[in-house]
Design a protein around this ligand. Structure first.
Ligand SMILES: [Mn+2]
Length: 331
């Protein structure tokens, strides 16, 4: 069981006593954040609640099928402040870091409305009013499945589709080390009782790539760098590369998983130049080396085998600094 009886009762009370709810997830939302938001929103609406989903960044095109009515809004403090202040509770999904909620985090944090966090990223100190943190869950979607099931929801249709998308994407299509028995059991229920058609969701998420993304990937694969006898592979993505190929930063989602498939590679590092002069690093381990400690040395964090960090500085300075630190895992 992921949710204790006490946590479940607390959430049940919040839902019963409230009328207006806000749901949000991290900046640059992924399939897990988006799927979890959509599933919870549908459930609350079935109960007759008013729900608004506010995100910091746009929904990537390959996840738009989850939100056909464009129900997810991009949060704007001036326009949406009152909606948030007047709400009864905020659900914060797939994230437990105020910074990664950007403006919405700044607004919510001091407010006296109930804040409920449901997340599977490790957390060291209390974050919200209620934190349900379960790092052994494959995804937040898996956690929402248990929550909704125990609250008595009927998990089918759009709810099932959203939760399946969450689990499928966070497990890399059931290939990553977080692909647990429960991830499969929940997915089986979503297919069996929920009516999900896995091949259709797979097509929507993974087989709708813009051609520009492939062009960018080709450039990246043409310039891979190997260290430590091929155990570390790294590559860079500059603003120039994005501009030249007509791609956006979100188009690089999943790129760090590609070179990791090379025989002998244990660790892949992706260095992505951001528009405000920083470098975003994705760390992906094949499962032999825990790398969230490495990410935290640069102010980041994440899961044992998939983590991230953002460093202020120029690419030529950041790359050797991080690569040198990564080498220490292999010495
Ligand atoms: Mn997740």
């Amino acid at each position: 069981m992921i949710f204790s009886e006490a946590a479940l009762a607390q959430i049940q009370t919040q839902i019963n006593s409230g009328k207006n709810f806000i749901i949000t997830t991290h900046v640059n939302p992924d399939g897990d954040g988006l799927g979890s938001e959509i599933a919870l929103a549908h459930y609350l609406r079935q109960l007759g609640k008013r729900v608004q989903i506010f995100n910091h960044s746009l929904t990537p095109p390959n996840y738009e099928f989850l939100d056909p009515l464009a129900d997810i809004q991009i949060f704007d403090t001036a326009r949406d402040r009152h909606a948030v202040e007047d709400s009864d509770a905020v659900f914060i999904l797939d994230i437990s870091d105020w910074k990664r909620l950007r403006d919405l985090g700044t607004l919510i944090r001091p407010l006296r409305i109930a804040k409920i966090c449901i997340d599977h990223h490790p957390l060291n100190e209390p974050f919200a009013d209620l934190d349900v943190i379960y790092p052994r869950a494959s995804s937040t979607g898996e956690m929402i499945f248990e929550l909704l099931t125990r609250l008595g929801a009927r998990i089918e249709g759009r709810i099932a589709q959203a939760l399946y998308t969450a689990i499928m994407t966070d497990t890399g299509g059931f290939r990553f080390s977080n692909t647990t028995p429960n991830a499969h059991q929940v997915s089986a229920a979503l297919i069996g009782n929920g009516g999900v058609q896995p091949h259709l969701i797979y097509q929507k998420v993974f087989e709708t790539q813009p051609p520009q993304r492939m062009k960018l990937l080709a450039q990246i694969l043409a310039d891979l760098h190997f260290e430590e006898k091929g155990q570390i592979v790294w590559f860079i993505v500059t603003r120039d590369m994005l501009n030249a190929t007509g791609t956006q930063p979100h188009d690089t989602e999943g790129f760090a998983d590609f070179p990791r498939t090379i025989d002998g590679v244990q660790l892949c590092l992706m260095f992505l130049e951001t528009k405000d002069g920083k470098v975003k690093i994705s760390f992906r381990s094949k499962g032999k080396h825990v790398i969230n400690g490495l990410a935290s040395r640069f102010g980041g964090g994440g899961h044992p085998f998939a983590a991230g960090a953002v460093i202020e500085g120029a690419m030529p300075d950041v790359v050797p600094m991080v690569v040198d630190e990564a080498r220490t895992l292999f010495s």
